[in-house]
Design a protein around this ligand. Structure first.
Ligand code: ATP
Ligand code: MG
Length: 445
């Protein structure tokens, strides 16, 4: 017995095999070889039985006789490969004759290997074991990569929800602070004064020094309360957007489990404004001047929340880059630009130049792309970090995770777009450009 192939028996891993042969003799012989070496073996005497057994048992490997009545081995193999449940199971053909055209046909229909009925026990076992091992490893790799993908999605979700929760906190405390300092108490005092003079209100407001000031005071107070109400409403609007965004991030994660995100026409200008709103409380607090240079662009067909997450990340990064320079007493400026340009990979198909977005014939040109620039005059990026900033975990922030740009680049690529950075170096600010196709690749074809 070949000790090199014996580890299936002594190993903790037990492989499952199905032996398919219409001849009881060969079925028993081959099944015997395999069980002798620790395989758990099931047998089938025809193609139909083999297909049913493969579906229910999902073995690590199948040994399949070529010549069988009704359905021959090649037809069985084709059926196995066409079924997603059994398609990954390696099939080893077992044949009585050494014919090249048969061997070739076997590989053509998806077979993994060949053994001959005359092959020595060791060879049959060694080949079967090798394929069973590879199949098992492939399954494990697949499982591991799915888990890694899930972990990445989870950390992406936590990261994004964490960002938005910060803004929710800030907005909530701004609202609470405004209400605490509200001038409503002035109204209470005025009402009290009027009640005290209820019997002689006319004389009070015309003759009394305090009373004479009352109408003017009430007018000013009304103005102030209206302004106060507007700013609280604005803050609450931001808060609602934040909560909506959290909602979308969470449902997005659920959608990863099955369906894809919704592809819909989105207005990039509105979406960029939403990203600003999500960050607005702290931008205002730090006195950042926001300059919006929005060019006319058509709606982009994309997953709205995927794009919003990228924009929120970019605005948030710009904000941090600006705050680090705040101490220098400079004016902080964030510039947001939107425009359209031709996709350099398809130039020549749709006329020339950067804009406009319609082709000369007036037909919309699908290869054109929309770009969104988020430019700050913050701390800038040293040359040696220009590519590192996109890698998973790279951060220079005390409380950063180094996930924002990494996940944003992946999302941009998934949508057929790109995310690039430009900076002239430390203290020279930075510009991040997100480019998206106007139509997703599969729609524009
Ligand atoms: N606008 C910018 N100006 C200067 N440096 C930037 C800018 N945007 C990103 N960076 C650099 O890139 C790094 C990575 O950014 P990224 O968004 O991936 O992670 P992070 O902001 O550090 O943490 P988080 O995962 O919380 O977003 C930042 O730490 C910073 O050094
Ligand atoms: Mg970030």
């Amino acid at each position: 017995m070949n000790r090199g192939t014996d580890d299936n028996r002594t190993n903790k891993i037990q492989y499952d095999a199905i032996v398919v042969d219409d001849s009881k003799f060969f079925r028993t012989v081959i099944a015997g070889y395999l069980s002798e070496h620790g395989f758990r073996v099931h047998t089938a005497s025809c193609g139909a039985e083999a297909l049913e057994l493969a579906r229910s048992r999902r073995p690590d490997v199948i040994l399949l006789d070529v010549q069988m009545p009704d359905m021959d081995g090649f037809a069985v193999c084709e059926a196995l490969k066409a079924d997603p449940v059994t398609g990954r199971i390696p099939v080893i053909f077992v044949t009585g004759e050494e014919k090249t055209d048969q061997t070739v046909r076997g590989f053509e229909v998806g077979g993994a290997d060949y053994v001959f009925k005359s092959s020595a026990e060791q060879e049959v076992v060694a080949r079967t074991l090798a394929h069973a091992r590879i199949a098992r490893l492939q399954m494990e790799l697949l499982k591991a990569s799915r888990q890694a993908g899930m972990a990445e999605v989870a950390s992406d979700v936590l990261h994004n929800v964490g960002n938005v929760l910060n803004s929710v906190n800030v907005s909530a405390s701004v609202v609470a602070d405004k209400l605490r300092k509200s001038r409503v108490s002035g109204l209470v005092n005025a009402a009290k004064l009027m009640r005290e003079h209820a019997d002689d209100l006319g004389t009070f407001v015309t003759q009394d020094e305090k009373g004479k000031n009352l109408p003017g005071y009430l007018a000013k107070l009304a103005e102030h309360l209206v302004a106060e109400q507007t700013s609280v409403l604005n803050e609450l609007e931001g808060l609602t957007k934040n909560v909506e965004h959290i909602n979308s991030i969470v449902s997005k994660q659920q959608s990863y489990a099955g369906t894809l995100g919704v592809i819909e026409p989105i207005s990039i200008g509105d979406l960029l404004d939403d990203a600003l709103k999500i960050n607005s409380a702290s931008l205002q607090r730090h006195g950042v001047r926001v300059v919006r240079e929005y060019g006319e662009v058509p709606p982009v067909l994309a997953d709205k929340h995927k794009v919003l997450r990228i924009l929120v990340n970019l605005v948030r990064n710009a904000k941090h880059a600006l705050y680090e320079r705040e101490h220098n007493g400079r004016n902080l400026r964030l510039t947001l630009r939107i425009g359209a340009r031709k996709d350099s990979r398809t130039q020549g198909h749709c006329g020339t130049g950067v804009s406009p977005v319609s082709s000369p014939a007036g037909r919309r040109c699908h290869s054109e792309r929309v770009f969104i620039e988020v430019a700050d005059d913050g701390v800038g990026i040293p040359r040696e970090n220009m590519t590192r900033i996109f890698s998973h975990g790279f951060t220079t922030e005390k409380s950063g995770h180094g996930l924002g740009l990494h996940t944003s680049t992946l999302a941009a690529k998934e949508m057929g777009g790109s995310l690039t950075a430009h900076s002239d170096g430390p203290d020279k600010g930075a510009t991040f450009t997100l480019e998206l196709p106007i139509q997703p690749a599969e729609v524009s074809q």
